[in-house]
Write a protein that binds this ligand. Sequence first.
Ligand SMILES: C[S@@+](CC[C@H](N)C(=O)[O-])C[C@H]1O[C@@H](n2cnc3c(N)ncnc32)[C@H](O)[C@@H]1O
Length: 270
Amino acid sequence: MSLKLLPLPKVADLLKLYNISAKSRLSQNFILDKNTTDTIVSKADLNPKNSLVVEVGPGLLSRSILEIGAENLVSVENDKRFQPLLQQLEDASNNRFTPIYDDILTIDHNKILEVVKDKEIESVHLIGNLPFNISTKLLSDWLKMMHKQEGVFKLPNLKMTLMFQFEVGQRIAAGASNKYRGRLSVMSQSLCSTKEVYVVKAVVVNFKKMWNPSYLEFFEQAGIPMYYRPQDITSEQMCKLAKVMEDGNVNFIELDNKNFDKYVADRSVL
Ligand SMILES: C[S@@+](CC[C@H](N)C(=O)[O-])C[C@H]1O[C@@H](n2cnc3c(N)ncnc32)[C@H](O)[C@@H]1O
């Protein structure tokens, strides 16, 4: 099977040809420099063989992914104006590229899994220059799905290479006592195991109940001084705290996005 792409016109020219301009409602901005997308793919350390690559919002990055020999690239795009461009890429890809026109936030992941149903998939890579208006919600939804091993997250050896706005990146990477630290930092940094993602979500609720004296011993066991503010706690401590509380039969409340946002609205929780 040839992994080389047939020659294609430049994306910039195609956008002009089909009169496609960026829609701010869909947070569209296009990377038009191939060196940039090649660099992203090389940094992502994608495994092209026996793997499923799921991309949000296809474009030049899709070409770079296919050019390193990715065997199964599925790209989810909710703007049908891209259909003629993506059709060309599909035709040039020798059955390695499948666009799906859907909303990445609500898509039934079975549609993605269907594409590789007869293949032996050894790893999965989620990649994308994410639309900034949904990037935080998407990441938080995905982390929850990861914990539950739902959809594409049930596949083995998961990696994610995602591009965010600088400010969102700051929040994801913020360590303890960093002013940008919050729910997204803790959830993201605790990805070391699905268990930890789950308990971190749960422990946030318990900060509301920190005044309960019976919780003091949990904080002690987790090595967290009581004068710490939530944002001072490292992800490891947070996970440990959640673990000892879980072992201590503390009942956790599951929060969905709506009531979670209500809990943290005043930023005093986390
Ligand atoms: C920031 S642009 C990136 C485009 C392209 N990957 C690039 O880097 O040049 C985000 C892409 O995601 C698409 N998009 C926005 N919201 C989406 C959603 N909810 N579901 C699927 N795709 C979405 C946009 O139409 C757009 O193509």
